[in-house]
Design a protein around this ligand. Structure first.
Ligand code: KIV
Length: 270
């Protein structure tokens, strides 16, 4: 069974690969490709559920997608993202919501979009046996306050991220996502922390990298500037669907090999 200790030990040895997944099929494919950590991101709101932001995603939806990813996985560590307002409002509710991801859905850890308000909670969850991946920099649940812009670009903002990173390590977080921050800030944080950092739009010096799977395979319509498409799944998908429509319309599907005839049937009108 994968543990967060394996991920911690990998830091500095070889890069940690993390990818989002929202369903069992993608989880199995990602695992076969060698992905170390599967993040059931609340980006499921944008990628799968058709929302404009991640804010409407619910605990129930995250639990269901996490359970699907767990069913598709044998080796990868599965991390469930905690959706907007599921943590940080009420302490015992926060613990219950995080606990559900491990107890009911089978995740190995949770990710929490972090800030000053999550330090104490991270400590409590870690003490209770719920491993926490912290997340600093661009935190999409704060879109109404921060937008989707680069973070940590001023001295003051960079220092705040640096301090919060150390505070979350001290509180027991087992790793830290750094999103859309300057590469030199990510490098400094990575050098200072002993827990692994996982970057997205944070340069090459983190201990690992994460991408939204739709961006990585070329399925997204408008990927963020820091993402790279390693395939053209959108094009392949569109061609396959158009091929199906054409074949039905021109009568070439279904062909003989897709059909069968039962000679013994009495098909006189009833
Ligand atoms: O929800 C998500 O996909 C994320 C990653 C971008 C880190 O939080």
């Amino acid at each position: 069974m994968p543990t967060v200790r394996d991920v911690r030990e990998q830091a500095g040895e070889e890069p940690i690969t993390m990818l989002t997944a929202y369903d069992a099929t993608t989880a199995a494919l990602a695992e076969t490709a060698g992905v170390d950590v599967l993040l059931v991101g609340d980006s499921v709101g944008n990628t799968v559920l058709g929302h404009e932001t991640t804010l409407p995603v619910t605990v129930e939806e995250m639990e269901s997608h996490t359970a699907a990813v767990v069913r598709g996985t044998e080796e990868a560590l599965v991390v469930a993202d905690m959706p907007f307002l599921s943590v940080g409002v009420d302490r015992s509710e926060s613990i219950e919501h995080c606990g559900r991801m491990l107890k009911e859905a089978g995740a190995n850890a949770v990710k929490i979009e972090s800030g000053p308000h999550t330090v104490e909670l991270t400590e409590r969850l870690s003490d209770l046996g719920i491993p926490v991946m912290a997340h600093l920099g661009l935190t999409p649940q704060h879109v109404n306050r921060l937008g989707y812009t680069r973070q940590g670009t001023t001295q003051e903002a960079a220092e705040e991220i640096h301090e919060l990173a150390s505070a979350h390590e001290d509180a027991g977080a087992f790793s830290l996502v750094l999103e859309h921050v300057p590469a030199n800030l990510a490098r400094a944080v990575t050098e200072e922390l002993s827990i692994p950092t996982i970057g997205i739009g944070a340069g090459p010096d983190c201990d690992g990298q994460v991408l939204v799977v739709d961006d990585a395979v070329g399925l997204s319509e408008s990927p963020p500037p820091f993402a790279e498409a390693f395939g053209d799944v959108r094009g392949a998908y569109r061609d396959a669907l158009a091929g199906y429509v054409d074949a039905v319309e021109d009568g070439s599907f279904p062909a003989e090999e897709h059909s069968h005839v039962e000679g013994d049937l009495d098909l006189d009108p009833v």
